[in-house]
Write a protein that binds this ligand. Structure first.
Ligand code: NAD
Length: 479
């Protein structure tokens, strides 16, 4: 999908930024000399990208020789500040991008603060014997260039910062321009957390005005040795073509298959909860349903009971005309609809509903544009199939080879196994909402950078390391 272009004036946002900053104990918003533009002096935020990269390089040189315990001290303070400011980040994120839901964004920040792995994620492999002791350690790359999306902006910045710092790196961010305020505020918070406990400033940096040209400098810079892109297919392909080592966390279109053995009432509730989380912005969220014919009506019945509005054919046509727009003869997403609630989307087509409506559902063929395209809004098309075999085939088609996420509701382990093998995705949630994959109501750790294209899966500190062999000859084996 294309770049989200949602402008918000500096003046509009100033009061929110001011309130966020004061909530964080910062009072550094003032007018730049000789200008009406408010000038926000934030830690780690530079005017020129070359200065930002040089500062990150210097900070990394400081942090690398420090004890792991010290990295943990900084990370503990990042966690604390994230928890303290979760509401402020959530409010600013929604205000700036006009996408998502404050309550769910608070939960996402809390999840990142509490469960993103730190230095404990790094491990050592050892061999010892007559010829001595050999270790393989996970060492830092140095300075990482990280592109972040508009959909989970500060969540991704904070999560990446914790993992990258735990591994001993500094990071130069290229935040989505439509989410630069909240992203840069998160970068400022990371640096304040470090400085407060005696660590270096500039462990995370960015520029005031991130643009494609700024990203180009990052992608080609000699002092950046690893690129991490979280976003749509455009940016992932760009970093993978950069000639540098790159981790690509790209787009998905996660199908959820329900077979005749599932607990249908629970499946309906889980699917609607997963799909509507932060107005469907997470890339892992259920984007369409594939239902075996014999239970499809029952599933729709329960989905209606759990806050779904069943759209008529005419309303579905109106949604198509509203949700998509055209650019250069190509159908693209109307960004005024991405991350909006079901109620707002229905209002756009002239349908008034109450706050209990969380999701829009309809039945259609798998080729229907509202089903086959990644929408990132709470619209769930339901594709009826004759049996589980056709269901698996349909889900594989709908996932488009992204190898990102796919989910299923079933109590038949053979069906679940066949689905998991056929879909071959980084994430496969069974009998729960998609967000269970992020450790929210499921086991395991969270991340908002799921490396689907390059295969690392759910990234964490260890993903941002390189292997280093450390050999002691003829000593230190004490067996
Ligand atoms: P986007 O692709 O519009 O933007 C993502 C980032 O890439 C932004 O910082 C943007 O400025 C930059 N960018 C875009 N095209 C670029 C190019 N050609 N060169 C350099 N930089 C470029 O994505 P978005 O709308 O912010 O986020 C939604 C998309 O990201 C969805 O497709 C979603 O599935 C995906 N996503 C994936 C993950 C994951 O972990 N796999 C996480 C979040 C979002």
């Amino acid at each position: 999908m294309g770049v989200i272009d949602l402008a918000i004036s500096e003046q509009d946002i100033k009061s929110i930024v001011q309130s966020v900053l004061s909530g964080m104990g910062i009072s550094e918003v003032g007018a730049a000399a000789g200008s009406d533009q408010p000038k926000i002096r934030q830690k780690g935020i530079f005017v020129h990208i070359e200065d930002a990269i040089a500062a990150a390089k210097a900070a990394q040189k400081e942090i690398q020789p420090m004890p792991l315990e010290f990295r943990e001290k900084i990370i503990a303070n990042i966690r604390k500040k994230t928890l303290e400011n979760a509401k402020l980040f959530a409010e600013l994120g929604v205000e700036e991008t006009k996408m998502g839901n404050v309550g769910h964004k608070i939960l996402k920040h809390q999840l990142v603060a509490e469960k993103t792995p730190g230095t404990e994620d790094l491990s050592t492999v050892a061999w010892s014997g007559d010829r001595g002791l050999t270790l393989v350690e996970q060492g830092p790359f140095g300075v990482i260039g990280a592109v972040t999306p508009s959909t989970n902006p500060s969540e991704t910045v904070i999560c990446n910062s914790i993992g990258m710092l735990a591994a001993g790196n500094a990071v130069v961010f290229a935040p989505h321009p439509a989410a630069k305020k909240v992203s840069n505020l998160a970068i400022d918070m990371v640096n304040r957390a470090s400085v407060e406990v005696g660590g270096p400033e500039n462990l995370a940096v960015a520029v005031e005005n991130p643009t494609m040209d700024v990203s180009k400098v990052i992608f080609g810079h000699k002092d950046i040795s690893l690129l991490v892109a979280t976003g749509g297919p455009g940016v992932v392909t760009t970093v993978l073509s950069s000639g540098k080592r790159a981790i690509g966390a790209g787009a998905g279109n996660p199908p959820v298959l329900v077979d005749e053995t599932a607990n249908i009432a629970k499946a309906a509730e889980d699917i609607v909860n997963g799909c509507t989380f932060d107005n469907n912005l997470p890339c892992i969220a259920e984007k369409e349903v594939v239902a075996v014919h014999s239970i499809a009506d029952e599933l729709i019945f329960y989905m209606k009971q759990t806050g779904c509005y069943f759209a008529s054919d005419e309303e579905v046509d109106k949604l198509v005309a509203t949700v998509f727009t055209e650019k250069n003869g190509k159908r693209i997403l109307n960004r005024q609809c991405v991350g909006r609630s079901a109620k707002v989307l229905l209002e756009k087509i002239g349908v008034e509903v109450g706050n209990e409506i969380r999701c829009i559902i309809f039945e259609g063929a798998k080729e229907h544009p509202l089903i086959s395209e990644e929408l990132m809004m709470p619209i769930l098309g339901i594709v009826r199939v004759k049996d589980v075999d056709e269901g698996i085939e349909t889900a594989v088609w709908l996932e488009h080879g992204n190898r990102h996420s796919a989910h299923m509701h079933s109590t038949n382990v053979n069906n679940l196994t066949r689905y998991g093998k056929a879909l071959d995705t980084a994430i496969f949630v069974k009998n729960g909402p998609s967000y269970a994959a992020l450790g929210f109501g499921g086991e395991g750790y969270p991340t908002f950078t799921i490396a689907s294209r390059t295969g690392e899966g759910l990234t964490s500190a260890k993903t941002f390391t390189k292997s280093r062999r450390c050999v002691m000859c003829d000593a230190l084996c004490i067996r």
